[in-house]
Design a protein around this ligand. Structure first.
Ligand SMILES: NC(=O)C1=CN([C@@H]2O[C@H](COP(=O)(O)OP(=O)(O)OC[C@H]3O[C@@H](n4cnc5c(N)ncnc54)[C@H](OP(=O)(O)O)[C@@H]3O)[C@@H](O)[C@H]2O)C=CC1
Ligand SMILES: CC[C@](O)(C(C)=O)C(=O)O
Ligand SMILES: [Mg+2]
Ligand SMILES: [Mg+2]
Length: 356
């Protein structure tokens, strides 16, 4: 594999600025204190990766936080969000998106001239839910991967691609610091793309709704239900439509679509190439375009903000319906019978109460 060490912006194969390895200058963050507010999926990964990269990290959590003891057990300093902010140079907001505005207000007085306010998703800046003062930098370091993988890959010497963006550059060094932060969490090991808050928000919301979380789980459930309704065993349907998906996607992750097609049978290759667009047809493409439109015009953001202000009634109902899908009851014992333990499968999702 070609080692991308000093490859920066000029490679004609890239259509945007992508940074690797020593393109980042660690001196822009190595002498700073970073407050990581939140210790959930992204929070624990950023805090531990930064810490292992030699950065002074302080975690900011509620005093009754269920994450507090774990963060201390992991060897990190922990305090309240306002105290963490008061001592830090960089404040990374890794609490749930709909809680960030309240947490921001709570720590605002602790922000000093020249501090940096950072995010791993631009929702609250792009949709104007948080408006930082003009005397700070506002930047983003957004891994393109779930937090538990961001941590696991870092520990294994790997990295998760990430995005950086600068919304406000009060110090004139915002981009260099954001790139150094992305390096410290392992992003430059895989590639760091320079973007904008708007582009990150719109592509991330679209990706998680249309492909990565919404689209793919709907495809899996429909495939499972089609087989079970036709009389095949639930266990067969689970292994075919859910478990093997990881194995297929692993091949795509390693070698693109061609890497997967090369490994499967000719029968599967012909069947997939000839029937794939029947399954995901033009109607699905139109649905994708409608979904993107709702993101771009702010309709989804307003819906999600209102949903949280109402105490998450629709979210709770949708979540309960998904948890009760037969595929979950069928899959759990089958995973337990695997001869190895895969802690990612057993990752507890941090239960997040509606707006506090
Ligand atoms: N999940 C992911 O992989 C990705 C997430 N992101 C972004 O990262 C950010 C964080 O998301 P995610 O890591 O999923 O969040 P999680 O829900 O996993 O973690 C939330 C954390 O915030 C803490 N918390 C909740 N409420 C408060 C509060 N009022 N004050 C202080 N701490 C609080 C929780 O601790 P406790 O409840 O114990 O107090 C918990 O540690 C979001 O902006 C998200 O969009 C970006 C890329 C990927
Ligand atoms: C795919 C979902 C995600 O955007 C992510 C892990 O990147 C998220 O918000 O969790
Ligand atoms: Mg994402
Ligand atoms: Mg997201």
């Amino acid at each position: 594999m070609t080692e991308h060490t000093d490859t920066t912006t000029d490679d004609e194969t890239f259509t945007t600025n992508i940074y690797y390895g020593d393109d980042a200058d660690a001196s822009h963050i190595e002498d700073k204190t970073v407050a990581v507010l939140g210790y959930g999926s992204q929070g624990h990964a950023h805090a531990l990766n930064l810490h292992d990269s030699g950065i002074d990290v302080v975690v900011g959590l509620r005093e009754d936080s269920s994450s507090w003891s774990q963060a201390e057990k992991d060897g990190l300093r922990v305090t309240t969000p306002d105290d963490a902010t008061a001592e830090a140079d960089v404040i990374m907001f890794l609490v749930p998106d709909t809680i960030q505005p309240a947490v921001f207000e709570a720590v605002l007085d602790g922000l000093e001239e020249g501090n940096t306010v950072m995010f791993a998703h631009g929702f609250n800046i792009h949709y104007n839910q948080i408006q930082p003062p003009e005397y700070v930098d506002v930047t983003m370091a957004a891994p393109k991967g779930p937090g538990h993988i961001v941590r696991r890959d870092y520990e294994n010497g790997g990295g998760t691609p990430a995005l950086i963006a600068v919304e406000q550059n009060y110090t004139g060094e915002a981009k260099d610091e954001a790139l150094a932060y992305a390096q410290a969490i392992g992003g430059t090991r895989a590639g760091v793309i320079e973007t904008t808050f708007q582009e990150e928000v719109e592509t991330d919301l679209f990706g998680e709704q249309a492909v990565l979380c919404g689209g793919v789980t709907s495809l899996v459930k429909h495939g499972y239900e089609t087989l079970v309704d036709a009389g095949y065993s639930p266990e067969m349907a689970y292994f075919e439509c859910l478990n093997e998906l990881k194995l297929i996607v692993d091949l795509m992750y390693e070698g693109g679509l061609g890497g997967m097609w090369h490994s499967v049978s000719y029968t599967a290759e012909y069947g997939g190439l000839s029937r794939g667009d029947r399954i995901v047809d033009e109607g699905v493409r139109e649905n994708m375009e409608d979904t993107l439109e709702e993101i771009q015009n702010g309709e989804f953001a307003r819906e999600w903000i209102n949903e949280n202000q109402a105490g998450r009634p629709a979210y709770s109902q949708l979540k309960q319906r998904d948890e009760q899908h037969e595929i979950e009851a069928v899959g759990a014992p089958l995973r337990d019978l695997f001869e190895w333990e895969d802690d990612v499968n057993e990752t507890e999702q941090t239960e997040v109460p509606a707006d506090d």
